[in-house]
Design a protein around this ligand. Structure first.
Ligand SMILES: Nc1nc2c(ncn2[C@@H]2O[C@H](COP(=O)(O)OP(=O)(O)OP(=O)(O)O)[C@@H](O)[C@H]2O)c(=O)[nH]1
Ligand SMILES: [Mg+2]
Length: 305
């Protein structure tokens, strides 16, 4: 954990540069709390990808506290702001029920965000808990997708059910459900295509796969996780909104938090969509997936390296 915290702290260095150093210069640069002070804070939060809604709510909360507590010193606002950000991210208890149940996990997201890699990592985590895991290679669109997932299946020692390139992804899901049931697997993880001929196709495919699971495996606990690339900032938020319209999203996985991640997006997603970020990816190897905790995240963001 300590090691992970260090990596998170270093992964968030760009975000910290954007948000925290900007904020700190405002806290130190202003001698009184006035409209200019709030305006500059607003700019920093927006630039840090916290999103319009979360920024607005955080500043409203800050204004209220400043008034209530008769605060006069800008620097005293620092901790208040940190607390406000934590409150904004509080979407209730984050549940990981699927890890304990017979479950089917759909992993969706646009191309290149890290779906296949994340499934590999998740399979590794579940296997380490002694779970029996089946992977469905339902990305039949891209030629190398099945091979890539196969490597992960080997690494994680999970079973893989795939199909021919260009075959019907729903048929792969059908076969994988049958295999998961026959082998009494604990968790079935479904990899999906990030790109089809057009967006409508992609969404239709997802619905079709969901219908197959509903019909063939109604007793399974269901989880639908959207994978988002944290380096893409506001685009990631937009993607989450679009997927949220066609699927019952139960959680978000933010990848690439180890790089030049725009970490503020984690705040925006939780605050604007009310969907919990469940995991974050902090690298490319099998051990680089961690459960997300808002408090830890905000602490890491505001910790000096
Ligand atoms: N640094 C870093 N790289 C990551 C992380 N997660 C995934 N990647 C890299 O991102 C690239 C794309 O990952 P994939 O898992 O193939 O993404 P995908 O969503 O399955 O892509 P498509 O199948 O094309 O839709 C790969 O080079 C991964 O190694 C992460 O947490 N950190
Ligand atoms: Mg993939």
């Amino acid at each position: 954990m300590a090691d992970f915290f260090k990596r998170l702290v270093s992964g968030l260095s760009k975000t910290r540069d954007n948000i925290v150093s900007g904020m700190d210069s405002i806290f130190h640069g202003f001698t009184k709390i006035d409209e200019d002070f709030y305006e500059e804070l607003e700019e920093v939060l927006i630039m840090g990808d916290l999103g319009v809604q979360a920024t607005y709510d955080i500043l409203e909360d800050l204004r209220e506290k400043v008034k209530e507590r008769h605060i006069k010193e800008p620097l005293e606002c620092r901790q208040l702001l940190i607390d406000s950000i934590k409150e904004q991210m509080d979407v209730g208890e984050t549940a990981y029920e699927f890890e304990e149940k017979t479950s089917v996990v759909m992993v969706i997201g646009v191309n290149g965000v890290g779906k296949t890699t994340t499934i590999g990592k998740l399979a590794g985590k579940l296997r380490a808990q002694g779970k029996k895991v089946v992977l469905a290679a339902a990305d039949t669109f891209r030629a190398a997708a099945g091979e890539q997932l196969k490597e992960w299946a080997n690494r994680a020692q999970a079973e893989l059910i795939g199909g021919q390139e260009g075959s019907d992804p729903a048929a792969v899901v059908y076969d994988a459900v049958a295999a998961a049931k026959a082998r009494h697997a604990d968790v079935l993880l479904c990899d999906t295509a990030g790109r089809l001929h057009n967006k409508k196709n992609l969404m239709e495919e997802l619905k079709k796969m969901n219908r197959i699971i509903d019909r063939e495996f109604p007793e399974a606990f269901r989880e639908t996780l959207v994978v988002l690339d944290a380096t893409t900032g506001q685009n990631a938020l937009q993607q989450a909104k679009e997927f949220n319209e066609v699927a019952d999203i139960t959680g978000i996985i933010l990848t690439k938090m180890d790089g030049t991640a725009k970490g503020g997006i984690a705040v925006a997603i939780q605050a604007e969509l009310g969907i919990p970020v469940k995991y974050i990816g902090v690298g490319e190897t099998i051990d680089d997936l961690q459960k997300f905790d808002a408090d830890t995240f905000v602490n890491a963001l505001f910790t000096a390296e």
